[in-house]
Write a protein that binds this ligand. Structure first.
Ligand code: SF4
Length: 473
């Protein structure tokens, strides 16, 4: 992806993973491209769409949806899947762009994946050794597609269960299997997937925000472990994978998803407001004005204002035309980039509560606080709408290494001093859970708690060993 802010990686908070879409309707390819525009925030490295009209037509390339599809490729057919990619596994190269097409004994199969498969390197070797398959990329999505291509079973649920029995990690998938679309959400339900209705057809997408762009409406979330099939006449119950403890990503609520997306019927904007309200109750600030770090901090700032009674106002203005770069700038360059990204309105003599969605490495907050002070603020109290980030994500969100996460090096008061804020406080895990209406038994909170979902926790020692071997090679 790029990250929503579109800045260089060192500016980024976290990087999203991928967005997927599947459409059955006339001119499905065009609709899938449109839908990918709405999911651009989930992945900005590459984009691709595959359609089926008796044969598969696939167009994919590096870049944003707008540039990848500027050439208006011919994508005929009423069946389509699409993918926006940010690489959490595999390098950022064209060969890793999705969707992935493979040959199988039941015809051509095309797959788009959002998530991260921890044991992909092991499965890659197994597929090569046991099935004599050649892998063309280092993407875990290709591993999933090839697993399905060799999976035994007469039905999709049998093949998907066979795949699910072998993979460890997170996956929301859409498959194009001839004149049939299949949507799958892993048994943890770690990544979202929703079903929508459009005028002449059906859509599956990572986020429901894609439906309105297609003139459609959300129907429901695909449930954890659920397989849905869309055939000629619409959705067909596909079956269920073996259940596991649910672990929906809390960071989807905090940062990743678009505010107009619905999870369980509730808009992400409303959830973020609720997070801000909890934050205000837990850590009110002696301030005259609440401002958010746009865009991702704005909804929480509104909620903070509601629960504290401190007026909300605009303070930081975002320049939407700052492009993306992958360079890793020095601190001076980073501060210049922040000034390219944000401007500040006059805040003379005001005590500011500055609400941000999260702090990862801590190197962007200091220049933002400086900007607010230069605008005349007499005090800056930072309030953070996520608990301290202490652990990396292995489920598809590229956050940072553990040693890079600033919360492992500094407490809140130290971080306040480091960023020249007058105070700095995070929401608690319990406050977050109240706001998102989640529990420790149905939500992944691992980047705040270090407690990964059971299957992931069990796989971490083997993963660490594989990484060490890789580094030693
Ligand atoms: S570790 Fe954090 S970012 Fe990763 S899935 Fe869990 S809550 Fe989401």
């Amino acid at each position: 992806m790029t990250h929503k802010d579109g800045l260089d990686t060192s500016q980024q908070k976290v990087k999203d993973e991928c967005g997927v879409i599947a459409v059955h309707a006339p001119e499905a390819g065009k609709l899938a491209v449109l839908g990918l525009h709405a999911l651009q925030h989930r992945g900005q490295e590459s984009a691709g769409v595959a359609t089926f009209d008796g044969a598969v037509h696939l167009h994919k390339a590096m870049g944003l949806v707008e540039s990848v599809f500027a050439c208006d490729p011919s994508l005929p057919g009423s069946w389509a899947i699409g993918h926006n990619r940010y690489s959490t596994t595999g390098s950022s190269t064209a060969v890793n762009a999705g969707p992935f097409e493979v040959a199988s004994r039941f015809g051509p199969l095309v797959l788009a994946h959002n998530g991260n498969i921890l044991n992909a390197p092991i499965l890659r070797g197994w597929l090569a050794d046991s099935f004599n398959l050649t892998l063309h990329s280092d993407s875990d999505s290709e591993v999933l597609a090839l697993l399905l291509s060799v999976a035994p079973g007469d039905s999709w649920i049998e093949r998907l269960q066979w795949m699910a029995d072998r993979v460890i990690g997170s996956y929301s998938l859409v498959l194009l299997a001839g004149d049939r679309l299949i949507g799958v959400r892993d048994p943890m339900g770690n990544r979202p997937l929703a079903m929508g209705r459009i005028a002449e057809g059906w859509v599956l997408a990572s986020e429901s925000c894609a439906f309105s762009l297609l003139g459609g409406i959300p129907v429901r979330d695909v449930q954890p472990g659920e397989v849905v099939e869309i055939g000629q006449d619409g959705p067909i119950p596909g079956g269920w994978l073996t259940p596991a403890r649910h672990a929906f990503c809390a960071f989807e609520h905090i940062y990743i998803a678009r505010p107009d997306t619905l999870f369980a019927g509730r808009a992400v904007h409303a959830v973020r407001r609720a997070i801000g309200e909890e934050l205000g109750r837990e850590h009110p600030a002696p301030a005259d004005l609440v401002i958010g770090v746009p865009d991702s901090g704005t909804s929480a700032a509104l909620g903070f204002s509601t629960s504290t009674g401190i007026p909300f106002g605009e303070g930081l203005i975002k320049n939407r035309y700052v492009g993306r770069t992958f360079i890793q700038p020095a601190q001076a360059e980073r501060e210049r980039l922040i000034r390219m990204k944000f401007g500040a309105l006059p805040l003379k003599g005001k005590r500011i509560a500055l609400v941000d969605d999260s702090i990862v490495r801590g190197n962007t907050l200091r220049p933002i606080v400086a900007l607010v002070r230069e605008a005349g603020a007499s005090e800056v109290h930072v309030r953070v709408a996520s608990p301290p980030l202490t652990d990396p994500c292995y489920l598809g969100v590229d956050m940072a290494r553990k040693d890079e996460l600033i919360a492992n090096r500094m407490g809140e008061d130290e971080l306040a001093a480091h960023t020249t804020a007058d105070s700095l406080r995070h929401i608690s895990v319990d406050g977050l859970l109240r706001a998102i209406r989640g529990t420790r038994d149905d939500t992944c909170l691992a980047c705040f708690t270090g407690r990964y979902p059971p299957a992931v926790q069990a796989a971490l020692p083997a993963r660490a060993e594989a990484e060490e071997m890789e580094m030693a090679r």
